[in-house]
Ligand binder design. Sequence first.
Ligand code: NAD
Length: 324
Amino acid sequence: MRIVITGAAGFIGSQTAHLLLSSGHDVIGIDSMTNYYDPLIKVARVAQLVQTSNFSFQKRDLAKDDCRDLLDQDTVVIHLAAQPGVRASWSEFESYANANVTATKHLLDAALECGVPRVIYASSSSVYGNSSDFPTTETAPLEPMSPYAVSKLAGEQLCRLYASERGLHTTSLRYFTVYGPGQRPDMLTHRLIAAAHNGAPVRIFGTGNQIRDFTFVGDVARANVAAITADSSPGQVFNIAGGSAVSIKEMIESVEAAVGLGQRIQQIPAPPVSGDVPRTDGSASLAESILGWKPTVDLDQGISAQVDDFRSTHAQLPRYAISA
Ligand SMILES: NC(=O)c1ccc[n+]([C@@H]2O[C@H](COP(=O)([O-])OP(=O)(O)OC[C@H]3O[C@@H](n4cnc5c(N)ncnc54)[C@H](O)[C@@H]3O)[C@@H](O)[C@H]2O)c1
């Protein structure tokens, strides 16, 4: 099977590409290599991927560039390209609208025109906002609490619309906080691990009692692959939740245990408007019954894998490591 992965130079995209390549699929990666975090990290991921002969890479901006030459009736698309990050979305909304909404619309138009059989869309647990139903199911109210979450929901709604009105088979996967080897340097687990290694203090917003349903990146990559062939309805939405809902304080303790070092934590009052929600805790029952997917990696195993990866990557890529 041929799969186009958008955002292939990113954290989840590169891991999904490795998983598909290891099963012998042909993968084309598309990425515009944004500088939201150090693009050298993305260059290193692509350099690793192109070592496999059935991977090729195209640097394109999906909000502007055509990608119809890469799509056909035998090609499935996994659409991960996006502008991530909750806080910056309040002040830099144009890049969120371009990357998360305009690019998704262009891609869906191209997929429809080229007869692509299926598009998998990377949605986000942030679409639930301040949910009060736990574990949260796919039918819970959608009340995004940040412009980022609004833009991800807009992309998801476009996927639903192209399924119901245009006959394109789309599937949206709402990932809950993804962590593990290669995690984006702006994300909490990476910042905790980097800070523990270099002795720097790490800043956390608020009390540390916020709960996140941490989901291991290898499990997320498996969900993307499962969605390619699953017997799902066009436009269907699934939670991809790791079943490891713990507080930030507990996450800090787990990282300390894995690294073998304590950390200096600086608690900063949460900004009055941030977009952070007090709790995410998703039900993955629907994904289990229809995608045949459930998480397999628990938090301690996942953190330990991320710490090992951080240590080996840091040795090879000095600029990568110390970002906390
Ligand atoms: N990491 C998480 O915890 C998480 C949780 C929920 C949802 N998601 C979603 O999963 C997807 C992947 O997230 P990630 O953590 O790997 O982020 P990432 O930033 O590492 O990867 C996204 C990639 O998309 C690329 N990109 C951005 N705009 C583009 C454009 N216009 N054209 C082509 N490429 C473009 C970026 O250069 C980047 O490499 C995103 O859609 C994100 O919203 C992530």
